[in-house]
Write a protein that binds this ligand. Structure first.
Ligand SMILES: Nc1ncnc2c1ncn2[C@@H]1O[C@H](COP(=O)(O)OP(=O)(O)OP(=O)(O)O)[C@@H](O)[C@H]1O
Length: 631
């Protein structure tokens, strides 16, 4: 780049560039600032556009910053002199200059930092009494101090300044830089002097392999080295950045670890700014630009430190507390190691995303090997494939759920329809049942509410050579009896019943005519069935008998329960049984088993269905149902 252009650009930077603009929106703003400054130099418009901060504000900020740095330098000099120096705590620029001008403080401090650096320090200049040369001589002696100091500082490859900078109109900021640089060097030495040390964001490598690091320190000498060096400053900077990445943390002490961390990340950030800055190549990379960029790096890094420090503080407090109480120092260190390892993996994957610039992947501080890249690529592909399958699965499941919901809705609507039909059918059933009941019982009434049946018992085994009195049994219920000892027509008598059962009739045939009455009981009618006849005529046989040839009682109860069961969904029946004996005008409960009194009045009462049986009465046997059904 032509020298004229550079000096021209430098003059813009020195007069107009400001850090606020740099830090507000990064390097792009820096470039935009340069461009707008470039255009403002050719115009008479001193405003420089809306985005520029006014010169007055800029000057004010610079003055504040310069004062803060001056106070810092003065404080350190006072400390190193044991407080006994003539430097005020907050000196003005003039006071600062005047206090240091004789070089006495500077030489003494330098000798403390690096003993023997200044061999001869002029403590109190010899004043020739009554000599006109007195002031001039003392000035020369003071100048000797200053010269010795500057030579020693230059030998130590620290930031330096010109003796004229301590004169009126000189650059006191360079003096401040030099003192703070000396301070940094002193502190680095106190910390062990291993590895790297830095001053104010500018870095010095103590074992820099090729050239003097002074060329990288943003001083005037840096600009000079730019002029003299064959390679550009940018190339030097990149070379230096590369070197700084290779300084191992393990070799450093705690202080150096901190310094290294700042250098590593701060310079990494600077590197990113430089690479990311569109159009910055159009401008010379001089000391001012580096200063500005580094200032932004420091500012960003400080902001990050504050934010991360807060979060890390919370996190560490949480870790040290643990789940079951405070952990030991070893456990704490182990937990931090695990956390760092975890973060390292996360950061390495984040970097690949962060560093994708203009369609190209650029890695900061670490270039992935091809195997790492292919592994990452495969992992990403695998995850994407799994994600795709998950989405498909989710889609299918969702469809299934929707289909199931539709099916359920359909089933529910069918059920509702079915229930409505059942409701109708149920109400119809009750109506039909009622009609049926009435009709049925009307038939029973028509048959007769009192029916009398006659059963002829066969001869018992052993009853031989006897003659039956039954002469004829008619189909319509007639029975003709013959009296063997009466003559003529008086010998025959005819009886009429509802039905006459011959000796050959089975128990089942007997019950057929009784069965309809059992249903009537469950329809709400009272029914009484009883047997009547002389001793041995077969009453017990007909009504009870054994399991093989059940009588009316058993069959009636069987039907009673069967019909009850059939109607269980519609009507709930409760059935009770009682058996009593009436003999010789005495009534007894035959179901009492606990030995209590069997005679009437009974403890238990017939509730719903009662069976009354009089087995020992010579002329009657009864089977009665009392219906208590409620609808
Ligand atoms: N239809 C029949 N077929 C066969 N045997 C019968 C028949 N009826 C009654 N018997 C028999 O006749 C005998 C007398 O019958 P049963 O005891 O039933 O008479 P009963 O009228 O109850 O007498 P009682 O009044 O004295 O108790 C019994 O041995 C019985 O088995």
């Amino acid at each position: 780049m032509p020298q004229e252009e550079e000096s021209s650009s430098s003059s813009w930077c020195n007069s107009n560039i400001n850090e606020e603009e740099m830090s507000s929106s990064g390097v792009k703003n820096l470039v935009r600032g340069f461009k707008s400054l470039g255009s403002s130099s050719n115009k008479t418009d001193a405003g420089g556009g809306d985005e520029m901060i006014s010169d007055r504000e800029l000057a004010h900020r610079k003055a504040e910053e310069a004062a803060a740095r001056r106070y810092q330098a003065a404080e350190w000099l006072r400390q190193m002199n044991g407080g006994g120096c003539s430097l005020p705590q907050h000196p003005s620029e003039e006071e600062f200059r005047l206090a240091l001008r004789n070089g006495l403080i500077l030489c003494n401090v330098l000798n403390k930092v690096n003993p023997g650096a200044v061999h001869k320090v002029v403590e109190s200049p010899v004043m020739a009494v009554q000599s006109t040369e007195g002031p001039a001589q003392s000035a020369i002696q003071y100048f000797e101090n200053m010269r010795n100091f500057l030579v020693a500082v230059k030998k130590m490859e620290l930031l330096t300044f010109e003796a004229s900078d301590l004169e009126k109109g000189g650059s006191s900021s360079k003096v401040v830089d030099c003192i703070l640089c000396l301070k940094g060097y002193y502190e680095w030495k106190l910390a062990g002097g291993i590895g790297v040390w830095r001053y104010g964001g500018l870095v010095k490598i103590t074992s820099f392999p090729k050239e003097s690091p002074a060329s990288l320190m943003g001083s005037e000498s840096a600009d000079e080295s730019f002029d003299e060096s064959e390679s550009s400053q940018f190339e030097q900077l990149l070379e230096f950045l590369h070197f700084s990445n290779e300084v191992p943390v393990e070799e450093s002490t705690t202080a150096n670890v901190l310094a290294f961390l700042f250098d590593h990340f701060g310079l990494g950030l600077l590197q990113a700014y430089l690479r990311d800055s569109n159009g910055i190549d159009d401008f010379p990379l001089n000391a001012t630009v580096i200063d500005t960029l580094l200032s932004k790096v420091v500012k960003d890094f400080s902001a990050l430190l504050v934010s991360q420090g807060t979060q890390l503080g919370l996190f560490l407090k949480k870790i040290v507390k643990g789940d079951i109480g405070y952990m030991s120092k070893e456990e704490f260190v182990e937990a931090i190691s695990q956390y760092l390892s975890h973060r390292k993996n996360l950061v390495s994957s984040d970097f690949s995303k962060f560093c994708t610039c203009r369609g190209q992947k650029q890695f900061l501080g670490h270039t992935r090997t091809s195997s790492e890249s292919s592994y990452l690529s495969e992992t990403t592909d695998l995850h994407q494939k799994e994600l795709h399958e998950l989405r498909l699965h989710y889609k299918l499941t969702r469809q299934e759920v929707v289909q199931m919901q539709a099916d359920w809705r359909e089933e529910i609507s069918q059920l509702v329809l079915h229930i409505k039909r059942l409701e109708v059918a149920s109400s119809t059933y009750h109506t039909v049942l009622e009609e049926n009941r009435e009709l049925y019982n009307q038939v029973q009434d028509l048959k007769g509410s009192i029916r009398v049946y006659c059963r002829v018992r066969p001869f018992l085994s052993g009853q031989t050579n006897v003659q039956s009195t039954v002469d004829y049994i008619g189909e319509n219920g007639n029975l003709m009896i013959v009296h063997p000892h009466k003559p003529g027509k008086d010998a025959r008598k005819v009886f009429n019943f509802n039905k006459v059962f011959a000796t050959s009739c089975t128990q089942e045939q007997i019950y057929d005519d009784t069965q309809p009455l059992i249903r009537s009981v469950l329809d709400g009618y009272n029914v009484c069935i009883f047997a009547y006849g002389q001793t041995g005529s077969g009453k017990t046989y007909t009504m009870l008998n054994t399991e093989e040839t059940w009588g009316v009682n058993y069959r009636a109860l069987r039907d009673l329960f069967q019909i009850t069961k059939k109607r269980a969904d519609v009507i709930k029946y409760q059935v009770g049984v009682q058996m009593i004996e009436i003999y010789n005008e005495q009534v007894r409960d035959l179901l009492v088993c606990d030995g209590s009194n069997r005679r009437y009045p009974f403890k238990s009462q017939v509730l719903y269905v009662s069976v009354v049986w009089k087995p020992f009465n010579t002329y009657d046997q009864e089977f009665t149902f009392h219906n208590f059904l409620k609808h």
